[in-house]
Design a protein around this ligand. Structure first.
Ligand code: AMP
Ligand code: ZN
Ligand code: ZN
Length: 472
């Protein structure tokens, strides 16, 4: 078992004595249902939630419930949206009109500080657990565990294996409190963590068009209140792809920002058609930012050390090295200080700000290039063109180029709140407060984002009871 996850002092995994209920259908039935769901996406306009429910919502259900009286008493839904790799300052691109309008009238952070390493999987899972990567166990997109073997994003068996996923993601916390949840993709939602997967989920499939993802979320939000998910995720793998390929300031990046912004526009229009704006909270985040890379800023690792002494498990924006037995000191001594733009650490000596020193899943030697510098094999360098190389992320989370997006809007938020720049581990507490559910132990500060939350007019008793239960 992933013992590091179960022995960490601040996160006793046995602290979950609250009643639990299963949230997933049996895996096989669920898989069939979810693939049906995706196949049926083009039909969803005709069949609300095909494949997810035995009796479709009545025609027009909820479509006329936008009156103040109806929305005041209806439960709110919370939609957590990730625009992968959206750097905080891309919000000021002229193309980001819908996002900026939401931010201006709602909550806008100056930037969202990711966890180390500034990679996709660790950060998506920190956002939904409130844990630093060493405490939730997803320490990089690529990792190796002494017992579990290797984890890679593209490896379905690894991504769906719950033994990799520690901590408690918010959909599990919500399910434990009896809430229905749904995921239009999110790292972790494909594994049966603790009590299961989200009520509705499907395997990650980059071929599902972004507009179909938005439509699926709208279909969930159109359900009757008793079946409507209270917590929903929505994931887009852009602008990450374009930022990597062309750089975060490229004309192509501007076009991609226009595209994802248009999808947010579709969501907002759909919410208006449902009359659901007043009962829906939106939290829009990204997992990390992006820095420009260039052929003049590349470290060739073989120039520094012989890699027969160890295995280069990961390179580029983050270097993981597994030394051959007995060769760790030799390799470390060769690499340390060998290049001015590459910092080399034994895993036990990673900087405290990285919150990673305790992990057994990160390699014994970790080399972190300066942001904007790549560290690669000679063979990789030889394939690189001269000039700009696009963008990367992975190194030091403190560098503003690695900072992501945070925008929030909806009835639970203070219009015009400006919380500055904060770490993404605080978001789990925020989501739990909005959902009025007691959070699991986590690394976030429950008070960090209090200033952006509106006092709850409806049902203040439920709110204070929930907060009471959540006190340590
Ligand atoms: P990164 O290498 O950190 O830039 O990772 C970004 C990539 O992660 C995206 O291009 C997606 O294809 C991939 N990705 C996002 N979510 C998932 C998922 N649930 N399963 C597998 N891959 C994913
Ligand atoms: Zn990412
Ligand atoms: Zn990326």
């Amino acid at each position: 078992m992933n013992s590091e996850l179960h022995t960490h002092g601040h996160h006793p995994s046995t602290a979950y004595l609250r009643p639990r209920r299963a949230i997933s259908e049996p895996p096989r039935a669920r898989r069939a249902a979810s693939s049906l769901l995706l196949l049926a996406l083009p039909l969803l306009a005709l069949l609300p939630l095909a494949g997810c429910s035995s009796h479709p919502a009545p025609e027009g259900a909820d479509r006329h419930s936008g009156s103040a009286a109806a929305t005041a008493t209806e439960p709110r839904s919370l939609v957590l949206i990730s625009l992968d790799g959206f750097r905080w300052d891309q919000l000021d691109f002229p193309e980001a009109t819908n996002l900026r309008a939401l931010a201006e009238s709602g909550v806008r952070a100056d930037g969202l500080i990711p966890v180390f390493p500034t990679k996709t999987f660790p950060n998506h899972y920190s956002i939904v657990t409130g844990l630093y990567a060493q405490n939730h166990g997803i320490v990089s997109n690529n990792m190796r565990d002494p017992e579990l073997g290797e984890f890679r994003l593209s490896d379905r068996d690894a991504v769906t294996d719950p033994r990799w996923w520690g901590g408690e993601p918010v959909w599990v916390t919500a399910a434990s409190a009896g809430l229905t949840t749904a995921a239009m993709f999110w790292p972790g939602t494909e594994a049966e963590i603790r009590v299961g997967r989200p009520t509705h989920w499907s395997p990650f499939d980059s071929d599902v068009p972004f507009s179909d993802r938005v439509q699926q979320v709208l279909d969930w939000l159109a359900l009757d209140p008793d079946r409507r998910p209270r917590f929903i995720t929505l994931y887009f793998e852009q602008p990450d792809g374009t930022n990597h390929r062309h750089g975060p300031e490229s004309a192509q990046a501007h076009a991609t920002i226009a595209d994802v912004d248009a999808r947010i526009g579709e969501l907002l229009r759909g919410l208006d058609e449902l009359g659901a704006r007043q009962r829906t909270d939106l939290v829009i985040v990204s997992d990390h930012g992006m820095a420009e890379i260039h052929s003049e800023r590349v470290v060739v690792l073989e120039d520094l050390a012989e890699f027969e002494e160890g295995e280069l498990f990961e390179s580029g924006a983050l270097v993981q090295i597994f030394p051959r037995p007995g060769r760790e000191d030799l390799l470390f001594d060769r690499l340390e200080g060998a290049h001015p733009n590459l910092r080399v650490y034994r895993r036990e000596e990673l900087p405290p700000s990285f919150h990673m020193a305790g992990s057994k899943r990160i390699a014994p030697i970790v080399a972190v290039p300066d942001v904007g510098w790549e560290a690669v094999r000679r063979s990789q360098k030889e394939r690189m063109p001269d000039g700009p190389l696009g963008g990367h992320h992975g190194p030091d989370p403190r560098d503003p180029r690695m900072h992501g997006l945070f925008v929030a809007s909806g009835p639970s938020f203070v219009a015009g709140a400006r919380p500055g720049r904060f770490e993404n581990v605080h978001i789990y507490e925020l989501l739990c407060r909005i959902l009025e559910i007691p959070p699991a132990p986590n690394d976030g500060d429950p008070g960090a984002l209090s200033s952006i939350l509106a006092p709850r007019a409806s049902n203040p008793r439920a709110r204070s009871a929930a907060l009471e239960r959540s006190r340590p």
